[in-house]
Write a protein that binds this ligand. Structure first.
Ligand code: FMN
Length: 517
């Protein structure tokens, strides 16, 4: 309440000052004001108040001052009474307008008239103090307003234009911009203006400090070009890859498509990546502000003909990464890519997965491993994979999950699906199955396996749903493409609000609380 009182008092001072100047204007008298021409800038109220700049559209500026401060006072009272975000936004904008005009009027006095009017300067000072206090008192609301403005521009201006162009072309441009940002000071500006994180969202999991619960999922940064920039968007961790031991230039086109009505993407990349050797060289010189997940999968190569070769291929990547000692990182073992066209070997069968994990176990990996799970399998099949995974202590958790294979899924608009003969689907259609499997896994293995929820997260509510069902962390890609790069910070902010609403101090307390409902 104290902050409202201080701001209201300052606004009242502003009204009094402007009202006095208005009165003097209409009385045609110059207020008592020391005339001092000895200073480099003269103090001369008469010169300022009689100048042509003191009137706009025939109305004295002081009247605008009264209006400005009165509005401010009104909104401060409304905010104090109703505590609505809209009034906080209004106070922020009104205080900004006041500060900008005050800056302009000070420039006219100092730069053009070379004289200062004490009363006008006092009004400007009040405006500046209000502006700084509002920024301090309503830091959160200011950040939220900024993020909402960016979201508005992205969703209504930028996205409609970007969505007219080829998705892979846009992806390449965005990654190139992101890489450049990561190499310049711009990342610090973005971090300052765009990154919203909170101590309440921090967690230490498997010995790794996650600065926030929202990570970038595998598949967006498969060439490891964004690792220096992503923290500035509010990500708490990031994934590179999926990387395979052998490089792969990607499946034939189309590799990526948009399904806006379904809020989904068609994905048919088949592990396009430059290979483990290339990526290790790139990463081992770098430091990372947020933990780095290294997603490893089997090479999409026709020469891999049997399970033993497939296992050796995956192990080769692990060996390379383990040798390169990449800092602040963990592994994601991807057993669930649905669009590998050159190999028939998969690790969905519990027997194959068991053989793979037995073999990886012998590598005595130093970093924790999380397994990226398929979602287009039955509960029974999923549980039998978990039963295998659970036995291996080096596996700390599971990521639930990968893309949706079912083209007939009711959340996919069938007209949109028809446009693509190949591929699997991300985004909203993945969400219900991902949530079901998180729930199932938490019930059966919640005390043994950490769950990273992934699939269809577009806002804070979506992320919170996965957390309350049992996920400790979440990942996304499609939500960022549809909502904009500010969405990560918006999710962080929303999660903080949801935790507060439910009476939790830290995100850890909310994990799995809805699982019994
Ligand atoms: C363009 C694209 C490429 C992907 N490539 C990979 C990949 O290489 N490895 C992987 O584990 N998952 C990959 N995925 C799946 C995502 O990591 C994620 O599991 C899935 O998209 C669901 O999350 P979302 O709805 O937030 O996008 C990819 C997804 C997209 C959209």
């Amino acid at each position: 309440m104290k902050k409202f009182f201080i701001l209201a008092l300052l606004s009242l001072f502003g009204i009094a000052d402007a009202a006095y100047l208005t009165y003097e204007h209409y009385q045609q008298v110059t207020p008592p004001c020391t005339v001092n021409h000895l200073l480099p800038i003269a103090s001369d109220c008469g010169k300022v108040l009689r100048s042509s700049y003191s009137v706009m559209f025939g109305i004295p500026l002081a009247v605008f001052g009264i209006i400005q401060y009165s509005f401010l006072l009104l909104v401060i009272i409304l905010l104090a009474v109703y505590r609505k975000k809209i009034f906080a936004y209004w106070v922020i904008l009104q205080s900004m307008i006041g500060a900008i005009f005050s800056l302009y009027f000070m420039y006219i006095q100092i730069g053009i008239l070379k004289s200062i009017c004490t009363y006008c300067t006092l009004s400007a000072l009040i405006s500046f103090v209000i502006f700084f206090l509002v920024a301090k008192f309503f830091f959160r609301e200011k950040a939220s307003l900024r993020l909402n403005i960016i979201a508005f521009f992205y969703q209504n201006i930028m996205k409609p234009v970007l969505f007219l162009l080829d998705p892979e072309f846009i992806h390449n441009i965005m990654v190139a911009r992101g890489e450049l940002i990561g190499k310049t000071f711009i990342k610090h500006i973005l971090n300052w203006k765009l990154n919203y994180s909170s101590p309440k969202l921090k967690q230490k999991i498997a010995g790794i400090n996650f600065s926030g619960p929202v990570g970038l999922a595998a598949g967006f940064d498969y060439e490891a070009r964004l690792t220096q920039a992503l923290y500035s968007l509010g990500f708490g961790f990031q994934t590179v890859g999926t990387i395979t031991s052998l490089p792969y230039e990607g499946n034939p086109y189309p590799r990526l498509g948009r399904l806006p009505k379904s809020r989904s993407l068609m994905v048919n990349k088949g592990f396009k990546n430059p290979g483990a050797e290339n990526i290790t060289q790139k990463l081992n010189k770098l430091n990372f502000n947020i933990p780095l997940g290294i997603s490893i999968g089997g090479s999409n190569n026709e020469n891999i003909e049997n399970i033993n070769q497939a296992i050796e291929d995956v192990k080769q990547s692990f060996r390379l990464f383990e040798k390169s000692k990449i800092k602040n990182s963990y592994y994601e073992l991807n057993i669930s890519c649905p669009n590998l066209i050159n190999t028939n070997i998969d690790f969905y069968k519990p027997k194959n997965l068991n053989q793979l994990l037995q073999s990886i176990k012998r590598l005595k990996l130093k970093k924790p491993v999380f397994i990226k799970m398929p979602i287009s399998i039955t509960d029974k099949e999923f549980i039998s994979l978990l039963a295998v995974i659970e036995k291996f202590k080096f596996v700390k958790g599971v990521i639930i999950g990968n893309l949706l294979k079912d083209r007939k899924n009711k959340l996919l608009d069938q007209q949109e699906v028809k446009k693509f003969k190949v591929g699997n689907f991300s985004g909203k259609p993945c969400e219900p199955r991902s949530n079901e499997l998180i729930k199932l896994t938490f019930r059966k293995y919640g005390s043994r396996l950490v769950i990273i929820g992934c699939g269809g997260i577009f806002n804070g509510q979506d992320a919170y749903k996965k957390i309350t069902l049992g996920a400790s962390l979440v990942q996304l890609i499609t939500g960022m493409i549809y909502q904009g790069p500010q969405v990560i910070s918006q999710i962080n902010m929303e999660l903080e609000e949801l935790l507060k609403k439910d009476g939790y101090y830290n995100i850890r307390e909310a994990i799995g609380i809805d699982n019994n409902k």
